[in-house]
Design a protein around this ligand. Structure first.
Ligand SMILES: [Zn+2]
Length: 259
């Protein structure tokens, strides 16, 4: 099979790329992963539904290493992800689209790395730029062209889940500088960087976090929002692939430090 450079990892509400595709199973040492492969404007892209097609896998049970390893085996160099998030920042109200810029990690019990020592020795991955600044720039530029409005850059705090946060936790997270909260971006972004891939993620705010001021919101409103945002995000990502982003403007392919 020929190498495929680009991938979309769809989060909550984004279970397909919106274009015709073929299903492919990829075997990795961490497990087997099913992806869709589509042809878009002369590019092959991989689509991976993070939670499975039926949203059956909760955040703490996702096989993050198998997902990222499968993408690497297909040849992927750039990953565009989506994440449904809660907002801790009144400037990012429900319905906002934000660009993830950095993260705080409060996960507790998931495999966090491909680097397990042994013959490989101790390896560490650089986190100067966890969300690739090159891809973020491409997303910003393409959003302007497609009249998609990003409300701002956001610091994402990743919790273990599947429970939501307490009001006291949200107060603490705000003091730490978190703007949005979710349950999946870590270790996904870290694992991608460990394998030298560029990774960017668009967050869409589906609710205000526990204890934050918000009007009443119905499940049907969230579903409508997810459906609307899915179309916008797919259009944005497909617009970027036509520009053929590469790794010339970033150091993501060289992020490993050996000690
Ligand atoms: Zn990069």
């Amino acid at each position: 099979m020929k190498s495929i450079q680009y991938a979309i990892i769809g989060g909550t509400g984004v279970y397909d790329s919106g274009v015709a595709s073929d299903k492919v199973s990829v075997q990795t040492e961490f497990g087997e992963i099913e992806v869709d492969i589509a042809e878009v404007q002369g590019n092959s892209i991989v689509f991976l539904a993070r939670h499975g097609k039926q949203h059956g896998i909760p955040p703490h049970r996702i096989n993050y290493r198998a997902n990222i390893k499968a993408l690497q085996k297909l040849g992927v160099k750039q990953i565009f992800a989506t994440a449904a998030v809660g907002s801790l920042n009144p400037d990012f109200p429900t319905g906002s689209l934000v660009l993830l810029a950095d993260f705080l990690d409060m996960t507790k019990q998931r495999p966090l790395t491909f680097f397990e020592g042994g013959l490989d020795g101790a390896k560490h991955v650089n986190m100067d730029d966890p969300y690739c600044q090159n891809l973020r720039q491409q997303l910003t530029d393409t959003a302007i062209q497609h009249k998609v409005n990003f409300t701002g850059d956001a610091v994402y705090i990743c919790t273990e889940g599947p429970r939501f946060e307490t009001e006291a936790e949200i107060k603490m997270m705000r003091q730490w500088g978190a703007d949005v909260v979710g349950m999946t971006s870590v270790p996904e972004v870290v694992l991608a960087k460990e394998l030298g891939m560029c990774y960017a993620s668009v967050g869409f705010v589906v609710n205000m976090a526990t204890g934050m001021e918000s009007g009443p919101i119905q499940l049907v409103e969230i579903e409508e929002m997810l459906s609307r945002n899915k179309k916008i995000i797919n259009r944005l990502f497909l617009g970027i692939f036509s520009k053929k982003p590469d790794q010339q403007n970033c150091a993501c392919a060289d992020s490993i430090v050996y000690l």
